[in-house]
Unconditional design. Structure first.
Length: 290
């Protein structure tokens, strides 16, 4: 049932040396930012991945149809939330494969990994992806529009869209898909990175403060060679510049500095202006010839 991996189309983006305006193709026209607050957290859906027991039918969840009985206990976060998963499933990640290869079974016929810096809600989504090929809320394909969308779950008559998560490391809300992308990068799960980036590109109505906090987190938790998630934030800020230039949070973030984000943003803006100037100065008869 869950043997096939979900493979949505890859999101286009640009690296530092590419032009800012070209990366805007990664986002649809109706995306933007907002100063409105998110829905109350009491409407949010509980975590969906297994948290104390392995799946009822392991063979149905395995890509090969068979799983070894080896169960790994995972102790997640400062509150030491207990998760359990099959070793075969976890070893889809090079990081877990290397970590588990040097461990031996304990008296309970199980292996144990402690991850105190992970957020339980994020790790739950990672496990859900490893078993099902996607995580809540799922990507769905709109056949009529021939486009990808994030599923809408009705909760007590109100739409529920878990776009943000509280992160203890920064003591605030940031975009959930950003944290999942960074976690997937750590564990070597490239397909999960593509899913998280696609979902993040479909978000809209996010506060400026949340976007800036998420961008700072992305720059802190991705290598300098990353050309996907970082480019996503640069293009988003440039596209919504009319909002950000009036943002007190943006001014404060730039004043505090301490991140490569704002220099990259400056370079991207320069490239954007250069592209506009080049297009205006190019003779009309030569604009479509290469």
């Amino acid at each position: 049932m869950f043997g096939r991996r979900f493979e949505p189309p890859q999101t286009k983006s640009f690296s530092k040396t590419q032009k800012a305006n070209k990366s805007s193709s990664s986002f649809s026209k109706n995306h933007g930012v907002s100063k409105s607050r998110h829905e109350p957290r009491q409407h949010r859906r509980p975590t969906t991945a297994i948290s104390s027991n392995p799946p009822n039918d392991p063979a149905a969840l395995s890509p090969t149809g068979t799983l070894t009985p080896s169960i790994v206990t995972l102790v997640i976060g400062k509150d030491q939330r207990i998760f359990a998963a099959h070793e075969d499933v976890l070893c889809a990640s090079p990081w877990f494969q290397q970590t588990l290869s040097g461990q031996y079974m304990d008296s309970q016929n199980s292996k144990r990994i402690h991850l105190p810096d992970e957020e339980p809600e994020i790790f739950s989504s990672v496990l859900e992806y490893l078993y099902k090929g996607d995580y809540y809320p799922r990507l769905v394909h709109n056949k009529r529009r021939n486009s990808w969308e994030i599923e809408q779950i009705e909760d007590k008559g109100q739409g529920s869209n878990e776009s943000t998560v509280y992160h203890h490391g920064i003591d605030g809300d940031i975009l959930k898909d950003t944290v999942i992308y960074c976690t997937a990068d750590k564990y070597g799960l490239d397909e999960l990175k593509r899913v998280a980036l696609r979902k993040q590109g479909l978000q809209s109505g996010i506060q400026c403060s949340t976007i800036l906090a998420s961008a700072r987190y992305a720059y802190t938790n991705t290598p300098d060679t990353d050309s996907k998630l970082r480019a996503h934030y640069l293009a988003l800020i440039i596209r919504s510049r009319s909002t950000f230039k009036r943002s007190g949070t943006m001014q404060l973030e730039m004043f505090n500095g301490g991140t490569q984000l704002f220099f990259d943003l400056f370079v991207a803006l320069c490239n954007h202006v250069d592209d506009i100037s080049s297009a205006q100065n190019t003779p009309r008869s030569n604009r479509h010839f290469f």
